[in-house]
Design a protein around this ligand. Structure first.
Ligand code: NDP
Length: 247
């Protein structure tokens, strides 16, 4: 893959994905890492001093009016080669509540960041993803051609929900999964793969210290899984190691 964009890279899984992608034997020519406040991303800044391919871009993903200019700034760099891989990683988890306690404000903020932002960002990047796909008309489908990865959660799975609660987060990620499925069908003819991916329960500020996986393990596995994606994966829901998950 020549170019990759990952959202939410100042910490957690986003930062881990940046590190793993930079370690690849053939890292991309351009790796775009977004964060809300680059001044508060010292590790990412340090990596950018060591890797000229790493571009740090500032964007608050809840600010949809900025998407046009943001995409243009990337288009100016990648030009006719387009964008091969978009990883919608940024997300929030509001307080985990049951129906008697759930707040409208938590429902709304969860949907804005976890569902609306990845869908609208994918829409904004469609011209660049289509360009990347058309640039290599004979390449097999996958991350080297054109691909959207929506970072979801096992908590989005209705089949796996036996404990209830966590209403705002579960619903926002389940809605993202639903959008992922539609996108995979809508973009099939453009030879763009779209998947939903659960990173595992990972030790980050969201996952907490009791999580069984560390960021390095999760993100190393995710990157290996992404490299194996092909047309059979389009529209699927997978976990970090490639195992398919029930909706
Ligand atoms: P963190 O809380 O550590 O990081 C979240 C990232 O998202 C931060 O970079 C944060 O930026 C960014 N972000 C949140 N809102 C916005 C916004 N409006 N605009 C731009 N950036 C934003 O979480 P994780 O790294 O653990 O989570 C990454 C993804 O993985 C999320 O989508 C999450 O739902 C998912 N996930 C995580 C699991 C886990 O166990 N950790 C399990 C299942 C899914 P800032 O620092 O500015 O807030």
């Amino acid at each position: 893959m020549k170019s990759v964009l990952i959202t939410g890279c100042n910490r957690g899984i986003g930062l881990g994905l940046v590190k793993e992608i930079l370690k690849l034997p053939k890292p991309p020519k351009h790796l775009f890492a977004t964060c809300r406040d680059p001044q508060k991303a010292p590790e990412l800044q340090q990596l950018a001093t060591e890797h000229s391919s790493l571009h740090i871009l500032q964007i608050d993903l809840n600010n949809f009016t900025k998407y046009g200019g943001f995409v243009k700034s990337i288009d100016d760099i990648v030009k006719e080669e387009g964008l091969n891989l978009l990883i919608n990683n940024a997300g929030i988890a509001t307080k985990s509540t049951r129906i008697n306690m759930v707040k409208d404000t938590d429902m709304i903020s969860s949907f804005v960041t976890n569902t609306v932002a990845p869908v609208m960002l994918s829409k904004a990047f469609l011209p660049l993803l289509k360009k990347a796909s058309a640039f290599q008309p004979d390449a097999p489908l996958g991350v080297s051609r054109a691909c959207i990865v929506n970072i979801s959660s096992i908590l989005a799975s209705n089949a796996k929900n036996v404990e209830g609660g966590v209403i705002a987060y579960r619903a926002s990620k389940a809605a993202l999964n639903s959008a992922t499925k539609s996108m995979s069908i809508d973009l099939k003819d453009s030879k763009i793969i779209t998947i939903a991916l659960h990173p595992g329960w990972v030790k980050t500020s969201m996952g907490g210290s009791n999580a069984p996986l560390d960021v390095d393990y999760s993100t190393k596995s995710i990157v290996q899984t992404l490299l194996t994606l092909n047309d059979t994966h389009n529209g699927g829901f997978y976990q970090y190691d490639g195992k398919e998950l029930p909706w």
